[in-house]
Ligand binder design. Structure first.
Ligand code: HEM
Length: 398
């Protein structure tokens, strides 16, 4: 027990949103965490964030978020109740194992080739226009095409799949309106039906396909039909908005910092661009947890039963680990174990795929567009909790 507990500074949402990096930097120097005026805590320092990702005194949020939004059943609720992202301990391990094994058997070279072809196909359609709105024309579509490869989706199923993924994901952004929640529920339900049909039809004898391997292992691991389906919806959720935001941020940072030509001349720098853009402006700002026991951090205390955000966004600019953290520096030593993909038992299962998508997205743009410029509003990113929102970003080249 501490003799004297240090007070935790309380920060209003509007003040934080006005300058997220600046606010985090100011408090991180003196405090390990802040409290949000609307409830919950944000852990700021790299060492704490990394350690707490594997600390059993914190756990995934199970059905706390949908309950908060007034949801107690339905397709969105299923994802929280039966998916891996929000599950804990042995339930989580059992649900994660089948996806993890099936992804480990996926040929990354074949996936890379598929993503490269899909990216070339997308950009070719815009070359004569001389203009591309990056979010809707490229960054949103590429992850969906990559997922379609994993899930063996037919071409004619893609438009509905893309629409439903986009609509469902709106639920997971901060403060969805009641209309957005209703629309997300409808989209999640359609996705569940469509992916459930695919799962029923998939040929387990077709070796080498992610989906067929997954179905076999899910059966061996005795996942219920709903659980088996929900881990696939979890992959769709984990692999869509995240990579979309990451691609927009990466291209925006490169174009805004005047580094396009340099990286075009030296494609070996693409890996550094991926890593440094994920560090500077991570697509996922934080991971949510609940304290199951009281936690003490540098004289401050978080009581049991409180929501906590482990802020990757703040940790990745901690000057104790990253000298001159606000600089976008392609010469930084590479991060072998990128904290951007989380840590502990929920560490991202799609890290290798996400990096391939980002590398190929950039490589194809660099090869196709010799000298693009940003037209209108520059790179604009909102939020710090969960997947961050990026505004439209237009490139021009004529
Ligand atoms: C740049 C893109 C991506 C970023 C920044 C990212 C980040 C993360 C983070 C931080 C977590 C941990 C969440 C937590 O602890 O609560 C996570 C989990 C997860 N990610 Fe990713 N991710 C990306 C792309 C992908 C892709 C492409 C896929 C699949 C195709 C994917 C699938 C998953 C899954 C299934 C989980 C849940 C793991 C579990 O709960 O055990 N992610 N991701």
């Amino acid at each position: 027990m501490l003799d004297q507990v240090r007070p935790v500074p309380i920060v209003e949402a509007a003040a934080l949103e006005a300058d997220i990096h600046g606010t985090f930097a100011a408090y991180r120097a003196t405090h390990p965490l802040i409290a949000l005026a609307g409830g919950g805590y944000v852990v700021l320092r790299y060492a704490d964030v990394e350690r707490l990702m594997s600390d059993p005194r914190l756990q995934a949020t199970e059905t706390a978020l949908p309950h908060q939004a007034g949801l107690t059943k339905g397709a969105l609720f299923d994802l929280f109740e039966h998916g891996m992202l929000t599950a804990n301990r042995e339930t989580h391990a059992r649900r994660r194992a089948a996806v993890s094994c099936a992804l480990a058997r996926e040929s990354l070279e074949r996936f890379r080739q598929h993503v490269r072809d899909a990216a070339s196909h997308l950009i070719d359609a815009y070359l004569d226009d001389g203009r591309l709105e990056l979010v809707s024309g490229y960054a949103r579509r590429l992850p969906v095409l990559a997922l379609a490869r994993l899930l063996d989706l037919a071409d004619d199923a893609l438009p509905a799949f893309e629409r439903d993924v986009l609509t469902m994901n709106a639920f997971f952004r901060p403060g969805p309106t009641p209309a957005a929640v209703d629309a997300a529920e409808g989209a999640a339900s359609r996705l569940q039906n469509a992916l459930g049909d695919r799962l029923d039809q998939v040929d387990v004898e077709r070796s080498g396909s992610f989906f067929s391997t997954y179905k076999t292992i899910a059966g061996e691991n005795q996942l219920s039909p709903l659980e088996a389906l929900m881990q696939i919806v979890s992959v769709v959720l984990g692999g869509s908005d995240t990579t979309r935001a990451a691609i927009v941020v990466m291209v925006g940072l490169l174009a805004e910092r005047g580094l396009w030509q340099e990286v075009r001349r030296q494609p070996a720098l693409i890996g550094a661009v991926v890593s440094e853009s994920l560090r500077c402006e991570p697509a996922v700002g934080s991971v949510p947890r609940l304290t199951v026991e009281e936690i003490e951090l540098d004289g401050t205390v978080v009581p049991a039963g409180r929501p906590v955000l482990l802020s990757t966004m703040s940790a990745l600019r901690d000057p104790d680990v990253f000298p001159n953290p606000d600089a976008f520096d392609l010469t930084r030593p590479p991060l072998r174990w990128h904290p951007m993909f989380g840590g502990g038992e929920h560490r991202c299962l799609g890290e290798a795929l996400a990096k391939i998508e980002m590398e190929e997205a950039l490589s194809v743009l660099l090869a196709s567009l010799p000298d693009p410029r940003i037209d209108g509003q520059g790179l604009t990113i909102h939020g710090h909790a969960g997947v961050r929102k990026v505004d439209e970003l237009t490139l021009r080249w004529h």
